[in-house]
Ligand binder design. Structure first.
Ligand SMILES: CC(C)(COP(=O)(O)OP(=O)(O)OC[C@H]1O[C@@H](n2cnc3c(N)ncnc32)[C@H](O)[C@@H]1OP(=O)(O)O)[C@@H](O)C(=O)NCCC(=O)NCCS
Length: 173
């Protein structure tokens, strides 16, 4: 029986989380194991996993930025969470979201995104908006974000190799 549940990442989830990442992204946009492990350890409140019974089938990671200091370089793939993360900031930056191919279209992406935003709003009252960058070619992800209330703000030309990156934002209030 399918039994999905969402929780903050724990040490026993790390190996499976890394495998989910490597099955889901091409080498050009994959983030390194060290960078993912650092995110899970620095900001566990911002790192959720979804499980089907005991099997990890997806995750979402994030950090908090100060909107006054955001530069295009902040969005770089494989940046360290330690570069810009501050719990005093106002912007939740969604650094990654993935669901295993065989589990997609079950509402899990939506559950992860909305679950994370609700958790952060409760625990970090200064956070008033969420932001992310997505390749213009990743239509499934763009649909998910628009459905959840994100709108396109601007683009960074050729951010993803040949494709432009779209910065999307959702205001909380
Ligand atoms: C993007 C991703 C996380 C969505 O996960 P998911 O569990 O399938 O998403 P959901 O089932 O919650 O779908 C929510 C909405 O997303 C959109 N969507 C998801 N998959 C879609 C598809 N194949 N075609 C069109 N729209 C799609 C739809 O709007 C959908 O709502 P609907 O089912 O009511 O139409 C998943 O496709 C994925 O892991 N992709 C590869 C990694 C990736 O691109 N991550 C984003 C990096 S920026």
């Amino acid at each position: 029986m399918v039994n999905f549940s969402i929780k903050n990442i724990s040490s026993e989830d790390l190996d499976e989380m890394i495998k989910v990442e490597s099955k889901s992204f091409s080498d050009e946009v994959k983030e390194s194991e060290g960078i993912l492990l650092e995110r899970a350890s620095v900001f566990r409140d911002g790192f959720l996993v979804v499980k089907d019974n005991n099997r990890l089938v997806g995750y979402i990671s994030s950090e908090i930025w100060d909107s006054k200091k955001i530069r295009d370089t902040h969005y770089a793939i494989n940046h360290s969470i330690k570069d810009n993360h501050t719990v005093l900031g106002d912007t939740l930056y969604i650094s990654s979201i993935v669901v295993l191919p065989e589990c997609r279209r079950n509402g899990l992406g939506n559950m992860l995104l909305e679950g994370l935003i609700e958790d952060i709003k409760t625990k970090y009252a200064k956070v008033t908006n969420a932001e992310l960058i997505v390749s213009e070619g990743w239509k499934n992800a763009i649909n998910l974000y628009q459905r959840t209330g994100f709108a396109i703000q601007r683009e960074i030309i050729k951010f993803f190799d040949k494709e432009n990156g779209l910065i999307m934002r959702k205001e909380f209030y």
